[in-house]
Design a protein around this ligand. Structure first.
Ligand SMILES: C[S@@+](CC[C@H](N)C(=O)[O-])C[C@H]1O[C@@H](n2cnc3c(N)ncnc32)[C@H](O)[C@@H]1O
Length: 227
């Protein structure tokens, strides 16, 4: 059953620009889905299969779920589990609900991942797909703390993120970085250059498995919470 709950939002990043962003995001990702959606869904599904040991009746959280298309892939992969998608932008959540009419084990909620409306020890798995680079750099440790709080003991955190490829001698001008900056902002670029494993482990997680994709520009990493 799909529902919108959690109306009170206090995060300062909630403003009109996010609603415009929701429409533009849905327009462009809708277009990208038309031409490459099945590749993208396949990539997500293959990574879930490769990284996530899912058991029946688990609770899974997808943070910064945007229009929910990725959350739906996760829900159909984990069909015996209950999947919750959260996003700070109410318009995104409306799109997510529309996009998930045929998916029965998913629900969506307007929520800020720096202050999540869930009790401690709620989820078995948290999925963060292209989410952390969108969060202001100084708030990322707060988000990781919230994930740690809401994960059960031995809970898993799966992170798909952008990263800077390892420098090679051919890359003295750092061209790949400047190419990336054409599409993403300074906050994302700073996140990309951070030692992400160190950052996540410092917040109370242990790296379990890690793999690079897309010529080293992305990584999928699975962590286990340390509690
Ligand atoms: C790049 S999209 C995420 C893509 C999505 N996870 C996917 O799998 O396709 C980033 C999303 O993060 C959301 N967001 C930004 N700050 C947030 C916050 N503090 N709490 C929850 N969502 C947030 C934005 O509204 C936006 O929808």
């Amino acid at each position: 059953m799909n529902s919108v709950t959690g109306e009170s939002i206090t995060n300062t990043t909630t403003d009109a620009s996010y609603s415009l962003h929701a429409h533009m995001y849905s327009f462009f990702t809708g277009f990208l889905y038309m031409i490459g959606g099945s590749f993208q869904n396949r990539f997500r599904r293959d990574r879930f299969t490769e990284f996530l040991p899912i058991k029946a009746d688990e609770r899974i959280l997808d943070i910064c779920c945007a229009n929910g298309k990725g959350t739906n892939v996760l829900a159909s992969f984990a069909k015996d589990c209950k999947v919750t998608g959260i996003d700070i932008d109410p318009k995104m959540i409306i799109f997510a609900i529309k996009n998930s009419r045929k998916v029965s084990n998913v629900n969506f909620r307007i929520a800020d991942c720096t202050n999540m409306p869930f009790p401690a020890n709620t989820f078995n798995i948290v999925n963060s797909f292209l989410a952390l680079h969108e969060i202001p750099n100084e708030l990322v440790p707060i988000v990781l703390n919230e994930i740690k709080r809401t994960l059960k003991k031995d809970g898993l955190l799966l992170i798909f993120e952008l990263k800077l490829p390892k420098k090679s001698s051919l890359d003295i001008l750092n061209l790949r970085y400047y190419l990336f900056r054409l599409f993403e902002d300074e906050n994302a670029a700073r996140f990309m250059m951070t030692d992400q494993v160190k950052l996540v482990e410092k917040s109370g997680f242990n790296l379990v498995k890690s793999k690079e994709f897309h010529f080293g520009l992305t990584s999928v990493r699975l962590y286990k919470v340390n509690k």
